[in-house]
Write a protein that binds this ligand. Sequence first.
Ligand code: AHR
Length: 675
Amino acid sequence: MNNGKMIRSGITSATLGALVAAASGLLHGQTGDAVTLQIKADQVTAHVSPALYGLMTEEINYSYDGGLYAELVRNRSFKEDAKDPVHWHLVQEHGGTGSMALDPSEPFNDAIATSLMLTVTKTAKNQQVGIANEGFWGIPVKPHTRYRASFYAKAVPGFAGPVTVAVVSNDGATTFASAQVPRVTGGWRRYEATLTTGAAAPSVENRLVLSTGSAGTLWFNMVSLFPPTYKNRANGNRQDIMQLLADMHPAFLRFPGGNYLEGNTIATRFDWKKTIGDVSRRPGHMDDAWKYWSSDGMGLLEFLNWCEDLQIQPLLAVYAGYSLHQERVAAGEALEPYVKEALEEIEYVTGDATTTWGAQRAKDGHPAPFKLEYVEVGNEDQFDRQAGSYDSRFTQFFDAIRAKYPQLKIIATDKTTTRTPDVIDEHFYRGAEDMASHSHDYDTRARGGPKVFVGEWATRVGEPTPNMTAALGDAAWMTGMERNSDLVIMSCYAPLFVNVNKGAMQWRTDLIGYDALNSYGSPAYYAQQMFSWNHGDEVLSVIENGVPTQEWQPPAPRRRPDSPAPTEPPALPPVRQVPMLFFDATRDSKTGTIYVKVVNRAGTPQPVRLEIAGLAGLERKGQMITLKGDGPDDTNSISAPAKIVPVTTPVDGISDKFSQTFPAYSVTVLQMKAR
Ligand code: AHR
């Protein structure tokens, strides 16, 4: 990405926040050498939406399979490749021999047509022949941990041998845990085993091995291995990653995408009905938007359970008849089945057990309906290049949803003319200066139209996860969303997850990174956590003066792929003055705590004079939570997961006029208490 370039530094006389304050009758602060911040505690300019900070998710960068979804076996139903049992290997130990192959003549069920056939030709004492799964970049072993293994198998008549299930190091030298299934019989049957590790050191260079010492032919399918899951859910999620999410204190989860909702084609959209019920009957599908197989083990009910486990709201996006390769369903009769599908999906989520789809959800294991407030129609429908297409499709969805579920708030993903959505979803992926330079955009946005949901946003600097520069751009942007939270009622960063192994990432700059064993939050993750944890319900008027700026030359706008090649180099947009400091202030109306956020993008510490008016007084002592990097490229990683984390320090000497210095490359929340 060309992010433009910095030109030189300056000082603003007053930021846009001050201009807004001035427009509403407040005085400008004085311009001077020092940066001053005038906080008017008796001027509440907005209320902070309780749903401002949420999560967005989709199957990208191995977010579920190989990520949050705790299944450890890769290609468990042998559908990833039609010809080869990819991620599976033949094991022939101590002279035993055999072969393995996909066998389409042994269908497992209607959804899974091919099985893995293992033929054991020669064995003797201590000889094992079997199949081994490499996992998603390894099978994680942790000490004193119980794993639940299960598989379906059948054998030729007369096969008498037991099957050993074991987690073994890749070099075969160490068996960390093993169990035996006494006898595999003629018809398809499910077998289970518990594998418990001992005092092993954590490792990932391991595989799951199913083997036998008896000659004969066996077929396998739905081979599964789960470690302990978050809240001990069957078919559940990884504990460490769920804990990282819980620690963000999010308000909602937007799912199932993103491009993953739409698919490249209508056939590869997120077809929710194929993602519910017994996992061994789910067909899975090619996630062609991000180019890998999705087991759909993370299906509609699992998304809802995820919300329940974090005690957050689901924000359901329904497929709206447009897929990324410009496949679309015309509004009218042809779209009706898709509208019906969306209404049924809402019924699956919210209906009680007397409704058809509520009853299905109860049968799937969740009798209680889920609370749903927001439904989003489609994703990024501005990319539908047919004029008027979204407008007419949205109208049809809007009318049907409003008629059946009048209590739901409906989110549009592009501008509409015939119906007014309750909320409009806006997405922003930008470089650091670009993001910072836009952080005052909502200050001047007209109110009175739909509320705004910033449903995807990120400062895209750093890979696989954002670095400190990105965290600073994000924090600058968050000050703008928080300050304008009467308008911006919800927001969620994207993408949320990345498996950091080579070959796993499709989209760089992702909030949380992991491998099979460990996970970590990026500096941007911690910046969000600081914002989400530390805000009041009232936005206070802030007037800034003397804020240093840098000139920034934005790059030429990117050409749409379908537009003709230009004959001349495109004109550059005007140079922008980008502030180096960003602020906002909120107050908790119940406790009186004031939270002042200060973002210092500069490479030097910044003294700021704070003047707080409109209060009887302030307690002398408060505290500061600071996230800072040693430099702009400083970051966290899988090997240094906690290099940059928020640090809380006491602050003494707070009064209605005091000075505080904010470190270079830092995000700070200053907490003060009104007397
Ligand atoms: O977050 C990555 C992708 O960016 C999403 O799938 C899509 O909605 C957007 O274009």
